[in-house]
Every structure is written in structure tokens, then in C-alpha cells.
Design a protein around this ligand. Sequence first.
Ligand code: C2O
Ligand code: CU
Length: 508
Amino acid sequence: MHRMRRVPVGPCHSSPQPRASSLWFRRVIAAALASVASAGLASAQAPVSLAPSGWDADIKLVEAVDRNPDPKIFEFDMTARLADVAVAPGKTVQAWTYNGGIPGPLIRIHVGDRLIVHFTNDLPQPTTVHWHGVRVPIEMDGVPGVSQPEMQRGDTFTYDFVVRDAGLYWYHPHVMSAAQVGAGLYGALLVEDPADEVGITDELTLVLSDIGFDRKGVLESPTSGGPAGMVFGREGAYILANGKIMPTLRARSGAPQRWHIVNTAKSRFFLLDLDGQPFYVIGSDGGLQEKPVTTDSLLVTPGERADVIVTPTGPPGGTLPLRAMLYNRGYGSVEYRGVEDVLTIAFSDQPALPKPKMPALHREMAVPSIEGATKVNVVLTLPPAGPNGTSEFHVNGVPSWKAKPFLAGLGEQQIWIVKNESKFAHPFHLHGFFFLPLDEKLEPIHPMAWKDTLNVPMDGTVRFLVHFDERPGTWMFHCHILDHAEGGLMGTVQVGDRAAEHTHPKKP
Ligand code: C2O
Ligand code: CU
């Protein structure tokens, strides 16, 4: 019998706020004031933008408007419907949208607030809304047949939950999701912590995706390429940054910007590059991480998020591209393909600011006890194609439609060892709970970061510790290459009181 530990590992338990270096903050303010003629009017307390005016006008997301007067409740109406969406000047797509746009509205709320979304399905297909990464009660998880019935055209459903954790999350359908996400159905949910001391005024939520359509603006078929398309994971030919093909972001050289990035593409990986200029990574899926790291290229796989500070530098009036480099996620991802542009950073004519020092942030994270955690082995395979050319992905030897649920008790800690024996990478996503990546010795990987989606490279293994808290239910896990999920790479974990007594380490 395994022992159960009740060491809390959820992000909500790490109370101390990250601290920014006040020296750094003063320097930024000083630099800003020096550049403003009317410096005497500015207060050192007020947030000061260092970006040129209208810097994000070409790319800024449409925001949901709160119609509830209670400051602790954010309430709005959202409809999924077909709409013609301009993705570039002269390029319109007949897309599937939330409230008429790609992406859907950005929802910005504070941690601890209650979100109420009155949702209507006006699509010619059933749908639901799943709140990716959010620790919702199971009734709000948006999985048809598991947590709510499929919504037919004309149906309404009210999603209503408290958002417990700061960070960037997102929403998308959980019915025919490869097709529906690929057609434009996704949006960002930014949960802000007013006490966060990151200290960057110029913030951008950046939703990265792609879309496929023809010259008439008709969406590419979600079954294009047949079984081989499923095995690869279909990508749209056009990269979208906040719903636009190659938009422009304006910047003042040397002025830092904070980007909250989410990859909502149905299959495409984004390995981002700013011509070698560093990304200062401060957070991941579940908010800020233990401490920042600097990287020259930033991998964001489908479903994942990254919270980064960038300080684009370049000659006044010049430009700097944000590019998607090649990343080998399986055959077809690097063969005959090149680097692609995501957006252009255009520098203003203002003189460059001296490069700021990055804030020395630190998040207290309770180091969870690993001792006594139940080990769960998960093996991902792609057996040879069947006689008629069809393929399916397997988890522990079976596709999702033949799988039995995994079991976990309330409060139980488990270590999942996810081994990829297929020649495609899989961004592995668990609904409803954060987990902590571990190394081969089953020690936390530093800096620690709360994840809900983690890339399992080709022939690679990842390990993570997950604490199933007090929320019972049947929770999904699946590859976030949505074609793979529908091709069998999916399963459930049943979290409940009794289940614990019957849980044994799984032998695949
Ligand atoms: Cu974004 Cu079932 O997930
Ligand atoms: Cu996959």
C-alpha cells in the first residue's frame, strides 16, 4: 500500500510575492523621466510607459468588457459563431470565432476574482468551452460527456468559477477541437496579481497560432492529408500573432516589454528568436517561476505559456523580426521548411535608452515531498499503420477509446513518468491541476515552475509530480497536438475519495 502525503504543492500555497529590485525600478523610472520634457508632472509612483505612443495598436487584443459592478466579479457574454475575419490587409478568412474575432476577447481579471461567462453556441456544430490550466471545479471544465453535455447550436451554458492562480491561461472548445481550434476558436485569460512586483509597465498578451485557408478565404479542411495529416498534426500555413499575419509592434530601443505568450495553435511549435537578443523568462503555465532564466531562443509548444521580459534594441527607425525557428517535433517539421517571421518590431526615432537591469524576482515555492508519491508510468506509442493506412496513437498500449481511467485519491501525490516511444514530440497536458517537472533522479528541476503542459520530445521521457487537491472528478490528459489527441493520445484520471484505496502503481 502506498502512503499518502498531504504536503500542499499547489501554487496557491506559495504566498510570498516576488520581489523586484527597487534599484532597478528606480533606474527605469529615472531613465523614463529623463526622456519626458514635463518630468516635473510625473510621479515616481505612477506607472510610466517607456514605449512609443500607440506601440501596440496594430496587435492589441480586443478585451472582454465586465458588466458586473462588483469589483470582485467579472461577467460578460460570449458567443461562438462564424465570422469573416481580416487577418491581413486584403485577406479575410471565413473563420469560427468567439464574439467575431480571432482570437476571442482577452479576459483580464485579478487573482481571486470570480469569472462568469454566459456562453452561447451559434456554430453549425456542437461545442463547449474548456478553461486551459485553470483550477476549476469539474463542472466547469468543459469536457462533453465528462463534465457537461455537448452544447448544440442555440444552447447556452454559464461558466462560473473563482480563478485561484495568477498567470496566463486560455480557453478553447473541447469538441472536435483540432477542427474548431484550427478554425479560430481560442482566447486568452490573463489573471493578474496586483501585488506582483515585476515592474514593467508595457505589457502585451501575445497569442500565437496559425490558420490554413485558400484564396477565397475558405478554411482548409480539418482532415486534409488524411491519416498522415493526423500523424503529423496539421499546421495552418499562416502564422498568426494576435490573429494577424505579420503585424508590427513598435518599440523604443532599450525599453523593456513584458510579453505574456500563449501558443494556441492546434499543432505548431514556436521556437522564438529575436535575432539572438535574450528572453528573460520569469514565468510559465502557472504564473511566475522560482527565479528567472535568460535564453536566446524560447520554445513554446501548443498549450504552453511563457511570461518573458524582452528589451528589443536596434537603430532608431530600424526593425527587428520575431522569428519562428525550426524545431524537430517529428518528420515534416524541419524537412523542406524554413525559418518564418511572426511579427516585426519597428523602432521609433527616439534615442535608445540604456539597457535596463532585469528585476531579480524570486517566488517562494514549497518544495514538495516526493517520498511516498505513487508512481504512474505512461508510455506513448505510435504502432505501425493498419492495412487501410489508418494510424492511432496509444497510451499504455491502447487508444483513448479503449482506455480505462487512471485513479487518484483526493490529496494524493503522484509521480508521472511519461515515456515517448514514438517519433513525434507530444506536448502533454493535464486538465485541472498543475504539476512540477522532475529530473531523472526524481528531484525538482530548477528553477521550479508550475506546468500543465509539458513537451515530451521524440524518444524522450519527462517526469512530474502532481498533487491532486480537493477537487474530485474525471480529468482529461492528452497531447495538445489536437490531431494526436483525437488520434488516440488521450486519457482520463478519476480523482475521488474512494479511488485512492484502489490505486496501485501502473505497470504498462
Ligand atoms: Cu487545452 Cu484538453 O485542453
Ligand atoms: Cu502528440
